[in-house]
Unconditional design. Structure first.
Lengths: 107, 114
């Protein structure tokens, strides 16, 4: 499983887009990029995943660079309820959670 | 979200007690997982069950004993725990145990060992 690197924390104003970066420079061709988030003291929540193409669902968009060495999770209109720790995971086999990015959305 | 439920939500136990954590999934999934999350540490995978069979034990001490009687239920039996076992224990399920299968987590059991 590829190692991922994320900034430890980020701030975002409510209503603005939150762009969370993730570096996975050692990712192999068959490893997917997954994003989960964990709101304080709750279980992690699946957000989105992708392999090569950009993906969008009702929660977020995932932009993966052409060389697949990095990706960005975009929350288009962040709300206070999006305050959480966001985990980027690149895996072929099982989820290995790192320390993630603590996103603080402020009013 | 009530797809994966866990009971109890909070548990305080002494080192000589025996207790069990319960997880139930209502999603029709075939794979279930136990994770441990200690304070200020990443989630650690403990066990994986696929079609009731244990497929992974991530070097977990024997004082943690999992049981999966069917695809909908997963237990974690605890005995002679140590204070350092205090953590949030999370259960998850997925359709299959494959790399692209999204895992759905329960709310967790907050365990305190005195």
């Amino acid at each position: 499983d590829a190692k991922t690197t994320q900034p430890p924390s980020m701030d975002c104003a409510e209503g603005r887009a939150a762009n969370l970066p993730c570096n996975h420079s050692t990712i192999s061709g068959n490893e997917y990029v997954y994003w989960y988030r964990q709101i304080h003291s709750q279980g992690p929540q699946y957000i989105i995943h992708g392999l090569k193409n950009n993906e969008t669902n009702e929660m977020a968009s995932l932009i993966i660079t052409e060389d697949r060495k990095s990706s960005t999770l975009i929350l288009p209109h962040a709300t206070l309820r999006d305050t959480a720790v966001y985990y980027c995971i690149a895996n072929t086999d099982k989820l290995i959670f790192g320390t993630g990015t603590r996103l603080q959305v402020f009013p | 979200e009530t797809g994966v439920t866990q009971t109890p939500r909070h548990l305080v136990m002494g080192m000589t007690n025996k207790k069990s954590l319960k997880c139930e999934q209502h999603l029709g999934h075939n794979a279930m997982y136990w994770y441990k999350q200690s304070a200020k540490k990443p989630l650690e995978l403990m066990f994986v069950y696929n079609f009731k069979e244990q497929t992974e034990n991530n070097s977990v001490p024997s004082r943690f004993s999992p049981e999966c009687p069917n695809s909908s239920h997963l237990f974690l039996h605890l005995h002679t725990l140590q204070p350092e076992d205090s953590a949030l224990y999370l259960c998850a399920s997925s359709q299959w145990a494959g790399p692209t299968d999204t895992q759905y987590f329960g709310p967790g059991t907050r365990l305190t060992v005195l």
